[in-house]
Design a protein around this ligand. Structure first.
Ligand code: HPA
Length: 235
């Protein structure tokens, strides 16, 4: 049991998928898993455990942004013994090569957040995916004929950012492909605690054109990414 996840430790699997939205956690559990149990309902941040092709896996909502994400990831690692965390989320593209509905495997993260400067001071920490998971996701995508890109994201602290255009230009100038709000913290915690982590993102909107994937299509586009995440974890 921990402060924000109130569950019997044995009910949480060592491998956890992390969508931001708890309703998406429920959708993933109901669509892809069998023998599903809901282990957490505190604050409506649902967590489920079930079986995928006989393999135990949990799905935990994290909320939006690094502070919320950090609470759930931290408790999963420290209090529930999670050893592999995979974020499945959405991002806004800033790159002509990354289109709406594409899947991005996040190699490393830039960030405008104060969290890591507060942790590390002048030490410039480099949050990056676990190579083994990233490599396997790349191989599985080829096997499953899912078209994926690999690149860096900007993990931002502000969705509505008055300096968003300026930051986007800077990010673009160093080849950063998309913006989201959680992966920097995932990759940092994974290194701090010596566990494996990867983020897979579906492009839900474009900062270049303003286009968005209509909400009724989001579940389908999200599906390919979840299947890729599960196939990667239990290859
Ligand atoms: N900005 C930040 N986070 C996001 C976005 C965005 O445009 N789209 C999906 N997550």
């Amino acid at each position: 049991m921990s402060i924000h996840i109130v569950a019997d430790k044995a009910l949480v699997a060592p491998t956890v998928l992390l969508p931001g939205d708890p309703l998406r956690a429920q959708h993933i559990a109901n669509t892809y898993l069998t023998d599903v149990v809901r282990y957490n309902e505190i604050r409506g941040m649902w967590g489920f455990t079930g079986l995928w092709k006989g393999n135990r896996v949990s799905v935990q909502g994290t909320g939006m942004g690094m502070p919320s994400f950090s609470i759930y990831a931290h408790e999963l690692i420290k209090d529930y013994g999670a050893t592999r965390l995979v974020r499945v989320g959405t991002c806004g593209t800033m790159s002509e090569t990354l289109k709406l509905r594409d899947v991005l495997l996040v190699q490393a993260t830039d960030s405008d957040s104060g969290i890591n400067p507060s942790r590390f001071g002048s030490y410039q920490f480099a949050p990056a995916a676990s190579f083994d998971l990233l490599h396997r996701a790349w191989q599985k995508a080829k096997e499953l004929s899912i078209d994926v890109k690999v690149g860096n994201v900007l993990t931002s602290d502000q969705f509505y950012d008055a300096r968003g255009q300026e930051k986007m230009r800077l990010a673009q100038s160093v080849g950063t492909m998309a913006v989201e709000m959680e992966s920097c913290e995932l990759y940092t915690l994974a290194r701090l605690f010596g566990i494996e982590a990867l983020t897979l993102l579906t492009v839900s909107d474009s900062l270049l054109s303003g286009e968005q994937v209509p909400s009724e299509q989001r579940q389908t586009t999200f599906g390919a990414m979840v299947e890729l995440a599960l196939a990667t974890l239990f290859a």
